[in-house]
Every structure is written in structure tokens, then in C-alpha cells.
Ligand binder design. Structure first.
Ligand code: AKG
Length: 354
């Protein structure tokens, strides 16, 4: 099996395109109808809940931090994670190395460019037709766990020391994701062994985003509005430029992360497993008029060989299943065959309730 099988059309580098005058931006990138966020730059900032990992793991029965986690996943679908245990000095190293990687000359980066039918490497994702609108950003996408599915063309060939830094970061985040999901299962009052069984050997992919500045920032979108096809996603903003926006109560609002906190969101898979108690929330990556923005998303999903559906311990006569069961492989295959479009994909698995 190929590591990440997709149908993706290859597109030009935005980092290169951004060097030309904005008058030459092709119409495929221009979206005059973008709905604006309600929080202006430099204005009021959205306080998304902050969860403390130390309190989460050290509390006993009736731990209030677990209740906070439940509230955050249910009402927001997003939270910030503080005291996560990943050393902040070391995160600075990661940030600097990723920045250097994206700044390499195009000729050098071509070594790691996506190839037809494989999403891994530099490029864009979810490009499935010649006439869809395109995002104003370059990404680097890669499957990192399980180890046996890694693409031998990628990790070992990344420049040193980025390769080692990436190795350590993805390993730390893999452990953090497993620990988070244990706590999420607790918050859901779901059987712990069910979560372990769903996760299986797990599946971690990473997506590093570089959104070059654009004078027409209000007419381009760095990353189209979408929800994530994951259990959870852990996002690290790599520089001081904000741009993540989430759809809260029908309105787009800008997120301003605490320094070095992770932003964690509920993905579609967790929405299904939790039988709709937790909601994956639409979000998007916007573009700054003057400054480049970098972000690093780590996606934690399911092993390919299992099945996906609401956790049996969360289904009862009073709370019937809200989603159909599907083979995980089919779920991912369907995902990569379409363009990003809000929550349209997860909606196809919903059971109509009378
Ligand atoms: O850049 C961001 O803040 C959003 C990134 C994101 O949603 C993603 O990579 O899926």
C-alpha cells in the first residue's frame, strides 16, 4: 500500500508566486466573497479554553480539569493546552529549522515535492479539479506514524538537523496524543479499552503550513475552511503572526494562541466516536498582508484496518447511534477524493433521526 494515497493535482509554489506583483495573481486564487472574521486584527481576542496537562494527568477522581476538558470539547471543539511538557527552548529550535526549510531555494525543495498520486512532500492538498479555487499557501505533508508506513523518500532525506528535530517532535506529539485521548475517553465516560481499540497502532500525519504575505490578503485564503478528519489535531503556531480562525456560533473569529501552548481541536473521527457529544469545528488559515505565517499541524487518526462508528459504550436507547459505521480505509479514501468543503464530508455519515 502506498503511504498516503490520494488524487491530487500538482500546483505551483505560492512562496515563489508571492514574489511577483499582486496584479499578476491568477484568478484561481482570488475569492472576492470571503466572509470576514468578526474580530479585527489587534482588537478583542478570542479566549478559547485553556487546559492544563499537568492538572489533567495528576488529578484523582472527579478531577475538575477533566470536566473543563469535556466542556471545551463539547462547547468549543477547540482548546489550548498549557504545561504540555514539550520543552519551550526546544520548540524554538523546531520553529527556526522549519523556517529555514521553507526558505530553501525552489530547486532544492523540488527533491521533496509531491508527485502525482502522493500527497507527501511540498505542495498543496485536496486539489482535485482544474477549476477549483486554490489556497494561498505551501505545505509540507508527511505520514510519520506508524513507522513501517513511512515514505523512505522523505524523513531520512530531510536536511539535518531538521530531520532529528522532526523525529523528536513527532515522537513527543505521538505520546501526547495517546495521553490526551485517554483523558478524552475519561471525560466522555467511555470505556478506555474501546478508545485503545479504535486507535489501534494509530496514524500520525503532519502538515506544516507556510502562508506568504499577500497585498490582497482579504481576497485570498491560506487554507480553505474545513474540519479535520482526525481524532484530534495538535497545532503549533510557529511565529508571532496570527491567522487561525474558527467558526464559533456561526461567525468567524480569530484565535490568538498563548506563547508555546498547543491548540488542540476535536476532529471528525472523534465527533463520530463520541456519537456527536463532541463537535469538530470548522476552521481556516488566513493570510497576513505583510508578514509570512507558519504553522505546524499534527494529525492523530486511526489505523487503517479497523472500523469507525460511535463507541458502543456511548450508545443506548436514549442515545441512539447518530453515525453509520464505516471501514476506516473507506473513510480516508472518500476524504482524499474530494476538495475541502467545511463539514460536508462528515455529514455524509450522519443517520437521519426521526
Ligand atoms: O494554519 C493554521 O492555523 C490552520 C492549520 C490547519 O487547520 C491545518 O493544517 O489543517
Amino acid at each position: 500500500m502506498a503511504t498516503v494515497e490520494i488524487s491530487s493535482l500538482l500546483v505551483p509554489s505560492i512562496i515563489e508566486m508571492a514574489k511577483a506583483p499582486s496584479t499578476s495573481i491568477p484568478s484561481r486564487y482570488l475569492r472576492p466573497d470571503i466572509e470576514k472574521a468578526v474580530v479585527p486584527d489587534g482588537g478583542q481576542v478570542l479566549d478559547i479554553p485553556v487546559i492544563d496537562m499537568q492538572k489533567l494527568v495528576s488529578g484523582g477522581p472527579n478531577n475538575p480539569e477533566i470536566q473543563k476538558l469535556d466542556f471545551a470539547c463539547k462547547e468549543w471543539g477547540f482548546f489550548q493546552l498549557a504545561n504540555h511538557g514539550v520543552d519551550s527552548g526546544w520548540l524554538e529550535t523546531l520553529k527556526a529549522e522549519v523556517d529555514k526549510f521553507f526558505k530553501l531555494p525552489l530547486e532544492e525543495k523540488k527533491k521533496w515535492w509531491q508527485s502525482p498520486g502522493n500527497a507527501e512532500g511540498f505542495g498543496q492538498a485536496f486539489v482535485v479539479s482544474e477549476d477549483q479555487k486554490l489556497d494561498w499557501g505551501d505545505l509540507f505533508f508527511m505520514l510519520t506514524y506508524p513507522l513501517r508506513l513511512r515514505n523512505p523518500r522523505l524523513i531520512p532525506s530531510l536536511p539535518s538537523p531538521l530531520s532529528e528535530t522532526m523525529e523528536r517532535y513527532t515522537s513527543d506529539l505521538n505520546n501526547l496524543s495517546v495521553a490526551m485521548l485517554e483523558k478524552i475517553a475519561e471525560a466522555l465516560h467511555m470505556k478506555a479499552e474501546e478508545m485503545t481499540e479504535f486507535v489501534g497502532e494509530g496514524r500520525q500525519t503532519i502538515r506544516v503550513n507556510c502562508y506568504p504575505p499577500c497585498e490582497l490578503s482579504d481576497q485570498v485564503m491560506g487554507l480553505t475552511a474545513h474540519s479535520d478528519a482526525t481524532l484530534i489535531t495538535i497545532l503549533l503556531q510557529l511565529n508571532d503572526v496570527d491567522g487561525l480562525e474558527i467558526r464559533k456560533d456561526g461567525k468567524w473569529v480569530r484565535v490568538h494562541p498563548l506563547p508555546d501552548a498547543f491548540i488542540i481541536n476535536v476532529g471528525d473521527i472523534l465527533e463520530i466516536i463520541s456519537n456527536g457529544r463532541y463537535r469538530s469545528i470548522e476552521h481556516r488559515g488566513t493570510v497576513h498582508p505583510v508578514n509570512e505565517r507558519l504553522s505546524f499541524a499534527t494529525f492523530f487518526g486511526l489505523a487503517y484496518d479497523g472500523e469507525l462508528g460511535p463507541a458502543p459504550s456511548l450508545i443506548s436507547e436514549q442515545t441512539p447511534a447518530k453515525f453509520t459505521r464505516v471501514k476506516v480505509q473507506e473513510f480516508y479514501k472518500g476524504l482524499f477524493a474530494r476538495k475541502l468543503q467545511g463539514k460536508a464530508y462528515i455529514d455524509t455519515f450522519k443517520i437521519q433521526q426521526d
